[in-house]
Design a protein around this ligand. Structure first.
Ligand code: ADP
Length: 461
């Protein structure tokens, strides 16, 4: 159903109240009819008792006297009550004219009992009390009837009121429902209005939190928390784009200026070679930076596509160390490897793990002065593999340890400036470890060296 909530609530309200009114009127009708029946039964029974008392008093005085007394009694009843009395042989002692004219077929009574019956006499409806009585040894059959018409009229009037009141009440209920649902939806409309105004330009704006501690308050608080998260991500993305553009502009400008200067006049082949090799070096660094940016962008989009397979970290570490040794040789650094004698199985993406190891080894070599030493140690306990990459390098100030894993963050910029890098390596390293269900931490003493610890869950071979 595409109806707005307000209309749906009103319809529901209307239906529920309409049904309640119908049920209420039906119960009233039932009660009314039951009360009419009790009243007319009581009334005809009272009349029957009066006749019985009359017979008890006058039966001994002979039939004629009884007839006269019954006639008098019948005349005395002003509310249209009727009566007829027969003796044991079935001879009528008295019959009200209506009984006489209609001669209704009334049920046979079994014993000295009282029964009630509804019948039409002279086109009016009567409730008849039938009674078999014994007075001074003689049996009489008494029929005492009271008209039900006045009661039926009252019932009819009540039903007319019912019919007129029901639609009116339903209309009133709809109006009330419409007003009530509108009132209860007011805060929702306010939330919609504010939410419609929130965009990229004013992401710091928040929804107004309603006073009462109800579902709407929880909804607004949840939406506000969501907005805060979106704002933080948005800021991160903006910052990332700004930093990435800045870091890309520098090498591109460098390549351009170098080429422009070289082309201003003709130069010997030696100079061209020198310029071209500088341009090549910068291009290689820029491709590396682009590669890193792409990795992080894919990671953000959740489209990194890692293929997790069982991998022997021990064997893999040896291959990475061989590559690292080539880097270290250029700076006269030594790299030692301490590993257990058995394979260390993890579930991992081989390319990603290789990248993680190279980032750490590359940093260790990069930030350790010539003649220093790097050590890579692998161990495992019951559920984790522990990799420690240690160097005797320049170290990291304690205040910087917290943020070196963030994008574009470099510790102690003045010192880092001498070494190439954009501050993306450790961000990628942290992302890779997290994707493998592991952790990465750093310890360092300034001027003494650093150690990076990686814990990764192990798996059965
Ligand atoms: P990059 O090396 O490109 O600057 P990283 O994300 O790999 O970026 O490292 C972030 C910063 O952490 C580096 O700029 C450096 O200041 C510091 N760092 C990382 N590894 C080491 C290390 N082994 N020794 C000293 N400082 C380090």
């Amino acid at each position: 159903m595409n109806l707005p909530i307000r209309a749906r609530l009103t319809l529901l309200y209307c239906a529920v109240l309409g049904l309640t009114f119908v049920a209420f009127f039906w119960i009233c009708d039932l009660g009314f009819r039951h009360s009419i029946e009790t009243t007319v039964n009581d009334s005809s029974r009272t009349n029957l008792d009066t006749v019985r008392r009359l017979l008890a008093n006058s039966a001994s005085q002979g039939d004629e006297s009884v007839r006269a007394e019954l006639r008098d009694l019948s005349n005395l009843w002003a509310n249209g009550a009727l009566l007829e009395v027969a003796d044991a042989k079935g001879t009528w002692l008295f019959r009200s004219p209506q009984f006489l004219r209609a001669s209704p077929s009334l049920p046979q009574l079994a014993a000295s009992d009282i029964a009630f019956f509804t019948t039409n006499l002279d086109s009016s409806q009567y409730r008849v009390a039938l009674g078999l009585v014994e007075v001074a040894g003689a049996r009489f059959e008494i029929h005492a009837a009271v008209p039900t018409e006045p009661f039926d009229q009252a019932l009819d009037r009540f039903r007319i009121i019912e019919k007129e009141a029901l639609p009116l009440l339903v209309v009133l209920a709809s109006l009330l429902g419409y007003w009530l649902s509108g009132k209860s939806l007011q805060p929702v409309n306010r939330i919609i209005e504010t939410a419609e105004q929130i965009g990229a330009q004013n992401l710091s704006r928040r929804l107004e939190v309603p006073e009462p501690r109800d579902e709407l308050r929880r909804l607004t608080e949840t939406l506000n928390a969501m907005l805060a998260r979106i704002e933080a991500s948005f800021q991160r993305i903006t910052q990332f784009t700004a930093d990435a553009s800045h870091d890309l502009r520098t090498p591109v400008a460098m390549i351009r200026t170098t080429a422009e200067i070289a082309l201003r006049r003709s130069r010997p082949a030696e100079e061209y070679r020198d310029v071209l090799s500088r341009i090549l070096l910068t291009s290689v660094e820029t491709s590396g930076l682009l590669e890193n940016l792409l990795t992080l962008a894919r990671a953000d989009a959740g489209a990194a596509g890692l293929e997790m397979l069982p991998l022997d970290l021990n064997a893999h570490l040896r291959r990475a160390q061989e590559q690292g040794a080539v880097l270290a040789a250029g700076k006269s650094l030594s790299i030692t490897l301490r590993t257990p004698d058995m394979p260390v199985w993890i579930r991992a993406d081989e390319i990603a793990i290789h990248r993680l190891l190279l980032i750490l080894i590359d940093n260790a070599v990069k930030y350790t002065p010539p003649g220093g030493h790097c050590e890579i140690a692998l161990s495992q306990n019951q559920d984790h593999a522990h990799l420690a990459v240690k160097d005797s390098g320049i170290g990291i100030p304690e205040s910087d340890l917290d943020f070196i894993f963030e994008r574009f963050r470099r510790a102690d910029r003045a010192r880092s400036r001498e070494t190439p890098g954009a501050g993306l390596g450790l961000a990628i390293a942290r992302w890779i470890t997290q994707m493998h269900g592991g952790t990465i931490t750093a310890e360092s003493t300034l001027g003494m060296g650093s150690v990076f610890h990686i814990h990764l869950p192990i798996t059965a071979a």
